[in-house]
Design a protein around this ligand. Sequence first.
Ligand code: 5GP
Length: 190
Amino acid sequence: MKLLEDRIRQEGIVLPHNVLKVDSFLNHQVDPELMFAVGKEFAKRFADKPITKILTVESSGIAPAVMTGLAMHVPVIFARKHKSLTLTDNLYTADVYSYTKQTTNKISIAKRFVSPNDSVLIIDDFLANGQAVEGLLSIAEDADISVQGIGIVIEKTFQKGRKIITAHDIQLEALAQISSLENGQVHFLN
Ligand code: 5GP
């Protein structure tokens, strides 16, 4: 998606350990026009799928997920993050290791917001090593929900996320694919 790639080129800052900072339009300040374009693009790419809900994880997945929900006219559920959880009776939970924060969080969604009739589209801001998406897939499996697709705003193709996710045989779409962040430079695939 050219609009997104242009913004990454103009405003992306490469941090140590292969982390791309895009906090001027996605991770801190949010550009609603760009996010709406992102949402409409996901809606187009998954138009043939019977999606009833969008599933994401707080906090950076929420902006693109809400805009996708708006474009597809379906509700958005975001999994919440906790350091630990004691009462999990009414929740579906999964453990997720965070690549950028180097900590493990439990993520959870309330059982009452999903039913086995749901078909969800998972949306997230970044795909790095696939841990966040794996956590959402595990929640979906526990909840007996079918996952119709996975939409990622920015994929770092040099990390192992796609390989892990592809094993699930679910349509995976990334709007910007970064093949390298070496020497502080952003290189896109193709
Ligand atoms: P994964 O679970 O695929 O290893 O990492 C995905 C999660 O880590 C995303 O939800 C995102 O919040 C964060 N993340 C991974 N890599 C980056 C990055 O290069 N930049 C930013 N801003 N977040 C990242």
